[in-house]
Ligand binder design. Sequence first.
Ligand SMILES: *Cc1c(COP(=O)(O)O)cnc(C)c1O
Length: 405
Amino acid sequence: MTPIPESFAIVDDELQIGGMPLTALVARVGRTPFYAYDRRLLDARVQALRAALPRDVSLHYAMKANPMPALVGFMAERVDGIDVASGGELGVALDAGMDPAHISFAGPGKTQAELEQAVAAGVLLNVESFREIHALRAIAERAGRPARVAVRVNPDFELKSSGMKMGGGAKPFGIDAEQASQALAEIGVAGLAFEGFHIYWGSQNLRAEAICEAQDKSLALAQRLADAAPGPVRVLNLGGGLGIPYFKGEQALDLAAVGGHLHGVAERARASFPQAELVIELGRYLVGEAGIYVCRVLDRKVSRGQVFLVTDGGLHHHLAASGNFGQVLRKNYPLAVGNRVRGSSRETVSVVGPLCTPLDLLGDRVELARAHEDDLIVVFQSGAYGFTASPHRFLGHPAPVEVLV
Ligand SMILES: *Cc1c(COP(=O)(O)O)cnc(C)c1O
């Protein structure tokens, strides 16, 4: 049996979400497939972070993990800032009511139009190239407004252990640490409003020691670079990287260890940069476990002894669960039959979608309650990199719905 996250209640063998039985939610939504994100779980995660982190560390939501407007609005009232990665996301963050003073914009290929939008909105730009510095000078002069910038540094270290590396070595993200002094000098010459550093080394890490070490090294890097800065450091973004368990055998991150260590980091940061706001930015850790994807069994087929549950959902809606978004070796996300979680009997099945490709696989030989047509398949850990990270147009099936419950 694949593990069902403990935060979900099961009543009369039926999964509960948003305080109601799954079948009640299905009736309310009116169709399958859909994504549902649970407000209580989102709230609980923010509170757990607040309890573990030092009080003066700001918690930002990296909205590329889940940019659903209602969810971003919910998060905007609970976090200290929002990090966006496109002009489109910037619009959603502003609509959500987040103060532009607390929005930052990162991304390796910001267009001229996006840079202009960001300056007009007054958000902090994490500059990632010399081209952006030069373009911002012209934009700020023309607009008569300051261009608020932090330097996104591609660090000179790599995250230890697994996870998605987004810094160290040759990367399209940020300005190499070796070129940062020059970038800082050009920011000074260009008259941009320098605010600090953004150091982002990776994502989806489950090892507290690796995260703590990366935070130490990020602070040390900022301390080395600060001498060349054209002004005091007011923002020090130490990245994120906190992961969630997706697969059998993975252990949840030891949040207390990360939070405990960060108290020491914050103390050292205060000594070096008395004016700086210390920031961590999290996407998946904030929202990933609060969401499920729900699809319906259309057919139960047996092919040469193997049972296939053919559903109305698949990789076109949930690319990550199919294994085609960042996995090297395909593994199953946690799955259940939502309306009969334990069931009266169980069997090993493969859960597939309606697409004519063998990649359309949501569960490869998983043990589930014996399912019938019209039963509901639930994919857990689906609150991040689900809906918007999937190719909805592929094969022309309808897109899924999203609800916040
Ligand atoms: C993707 C990204 C994040 C969010 O990563 P998660 O794994 O969802 O926490 C944060 N910051 C930057 C710069 C990113 O590119």
